[in-house]
Unconditional design. Structure first.
Length: 669
């Protein structure tokens, strides 16, 4: 009886969430259009990219409108007009954005590839293979200052010589704002061959004042890419592609306290093998100037996950994703690979339906790591893939073989994942499967996981082994276009798992919610609890944030309290970010944990974007009275040589810390 009480409470919560869904039917008869078509038009001459839409090219380009609110499906919003054309060198896109209150248009970021959270933006989506899969879609976003941000299919480093030097411009008008883009054919992978073909496209706009995201070809809030628009008759010139080798040699003289002077050099290379396939190599890579994520001090029974920040591993990362939606973890976690001497990777597509990825690194005489993955599209919403992960050390060899699949039909999706570990101290399996139902407002999932005691993924991220059991969750999200509330999100989940031999492992439950108001306040609340082996948990959490969408004036606090592992716990997290002194961005975040022991962490950062390519900044991190810092100056993000100066250590997780003076110069060739 003791183990059934929380489940009964959760069932009541889930039932209450279902009662919040009547507005789903009310919105069913919207005005949105999906699977729209826009003809291909050849531009002659091409437009000048300056934000002025009076060029002759736009008068003859394909023009469309009828954008619909992402959530309400209504076209009764400030409308947007999009123009599209191309020539043998590039794709040209224009947006005319009407706004009833043009003075309220928000644009702040000037640095290329910055995060445009809380800003007015327009986005062009290009699916060259017309696969209608999210992993094959390129995103090109521009804010109302003309600042660019791109996400390219497969992932790509941000150096323009590697990413591609696309350009954009924007202008304010009396009725809103305009934007133009020029996207060279050379920067996107597209199917080889001559003649016209159909590509997938879409146009999106975000209006910060109303918080409305609108779609030209309506995808829904779940972004169902099978509903994207079509661009038939486009003929990318065969001459647009040529095998291209790009080199980035670097030199990094420096001084490390206790180790003396050093002079290090190396080389990064990128080779476009075909329009669909890319190779990347590195020799003597240097990540000393790469700022690392900071590990938190919150209560955790398992290993904390930290994101990868090293550019070599970010290039083409999506083709090497081995997680496959599994709940047991991922077979390949690139942060497991420390410094190495040489590395190489190949990623892209083999034909129109197969995706390939390979990565290998070698530390001479000591270590070899590799991961390879092949996936085959079974339709726009389905795939099957297999992978191999290896780590070889003297006296220690580990291999993971895995296969996963994902199938979606309408609102229903099915996922499964099987992995087998081989080598020293290994031999077990990890298995997971789930069925999920999703609409724009409501989603539910039921899953099962089985991980053997001897499953070992030496280069993976697997927090726990030796368990089997079920998990379930349900989510709800709603938005309003008037009134006090902007949006409401609710989530409830449960997991009930035993050890493989039948002993109890864990029965955990959680419920959380988030409310955003029209005045840009955010409120968080939640509860999590249950039993983990012989330990009991029951923890409540509350928090708020002011100026949620404006990182230049944001502040807030979070607080959680209750019981973790049979002990009282409290966790306080104040934070703020402000723009001060005419352009300096200051951030302060702190964490204070009181549990079995007391810990504290304070992070202070101060940065200034001098222009689109130059930045000065630094950070101080104090953990339990032990502090580290770094100060940096960079010239990067544009074409030509990049320069970095650094004092301190940008990796606060390193033990021991390395206090250094470092300079780094990168020359593109």
């Amino acid at each position: 009886m003791e183990r059934r009480g929380p489940q009964s409470a959760l069932i009541i919560v889930l039932a209450a969430l279902f009662l919040l869904t009547p507005n789903l039917r009310a919105r069913a008869a919207g005005e949105a259009q999906s699977q729209r078509t826009l003809p291909a038009v050849h531009a002659s001459p091409p437009p000048l990219i300056d934000g002025d839409l009076s060029d002759a090219a736009w008068k003859s380009a394909a023009v469309t409108s009828g954008f619909a609110d992402e959530f309400t499906r209504s076209t009764n919003i400030d409308q947007t007009e999009a123009c599209l054309c191309y020539d043998d060198q590039a794709i040209y896109v224009a947006f005319l954005c009407c706004d009833a209150q043009p003075a309220a248009i928000v644009a702040r970021e000037i640095r290329r590839d910055a995060n445009f959270q809380g800003e007015d933006t327009v986005t062009f989506l290009l699916d060259p293979f017309n696969s209608r899969r999210d992993g094959d879609i390129n995103w090109f976003t521009v804010n109302a200052l003309g600042t660019c941000r791109a996400w390219l299919a497969g992932g790509r480093a941000q150096k323009p010589e590697w990413q591609g030097d696309w350009t954009a411009a924007a202008r304010r008008t009396d009725t809103g704002w305009t934007a133009e883009m020029r996207i060279p054919w050379q920067m996107v992978n597209f199917p080889a061959g001559d003649g016209a073909r159909q590509m997938g496209i879409n146009f999106l706009r975000r209006q910060e004042r109303t918080k409305v995201v609108s779609h030209w070809s309506y995808l829904g809030t779940r972004y169902r890419y099978e509903l994207q628009g079509a661009w038939p008759g486009v003929a990318p010139p065969r001459t647009a592609f040529r095998p291209t080798l790009s080199l980035l040699p670097y030199s990094a003289p420096g001084y490390t306290l206790g180790r003396g002077r050093r002079l290090r050099g190396g080389l990064d290379a990128r080779f476009a093998l075909t329009p669909e396939l890319t190779a990347v190599a590195t020799a003597s890579p240097d990540f000393a100037s790469v700022e690392q994520a900071v590990a938190g001090i919150e209560f955790s029974r398992g290993e904390r996950f930290l994101p990868e920040t090293r550019p070599f591993f970010l290039e083409g990362r999506d083709t090497l994703d081995t997680s496959g939606g599994s709940r047991w973890g991922q077979a390949f976690f690139s942060r497991r690979i420390p410094e190495f001497d040489v590395g190489a990777k190949v990623y892209g597509r083999l034909g129109s339906k197969s995706t390939i990825g390979f990565l290998g690194t070698l530390d001479f005489g000591h270590r070899f790591d590799m991961v390879a993955r092949l996936a085959r599209d079974m339709g726009p919403n389905s795939y099957i893939g297999g992978y191999l992960v290896q780590r070889t050390l003297p006296g220690d060899h580990n291999t993971i073989l895995g296969v996963n699949e994902s199938v979606r039909r309408g609102n229903w999706s099915l996922r499964s994942h099987l992995a087998r570990s081989l080598g020293d101290q290994a031999g077990g399996n990890a298995i997971s499967g789930s069925v999920r139902w999703d609409t724009d407002c409501l989603g539910a999932e039921l899953g099962y996981t089985h991980v053997d005691p001897d499953f070992r993924a030496a280069n993976g991220f697997v927090p726990f082994v030796d368990y089997r059991g079920w998990n379930a969750n349900i989510r709800y999200h709603s938005e309003w276009r008037s009134g006090l509330l902007q949006s409401l999100s609710l989530f409830a989940g449960t997991q009930n798992q035993d050890r493989i031999d039948g002993r109890f492992f864990r029965q955990l439950h959680d419920f959380s919610g988030f409310i955003q108001t029209r005045s840009d306040w955010g409120f968080r609340f939640g509860w999590s609890g249950g039993r983990f082996e012989d330990e009991r948990d029951s923890e409540f959490s509350l928090g708020f944030t002011k100026n949620l969408s404006n990182r230049f004036r944001r502040w807030g606090i979070g607080y959680s309290f209750g019981t973790r592992a049979n002990r009282p716990i409290s966790f306080l997290t104040p934070q703020c970010t402000f723009r001060i002194l005419g352009g300096w961005d200051m951030g302060i975040s702190a964490s204070f944990l009181s549990h079995v022991e007391k810990h504290q962490q304070i992070i202070f950062s101060l940065n200034r974007e001098l222009d689109a390519h130059r930045a000065l900044g630094g950070q101080i991190i104090a953990i339990d009275g032990r502090a580290t810092f770094f100060v940096s100056y960079r010239i990067s993000g544009g074409r030509g040589m990049e320069t970095y100066f650094l004092i301190g250590d940008p990796d606060p997780n390193r033990r021991p810390l390395q206090h250094r003076l470092l300079t780094k110069f990168v020359w593109p060739m």
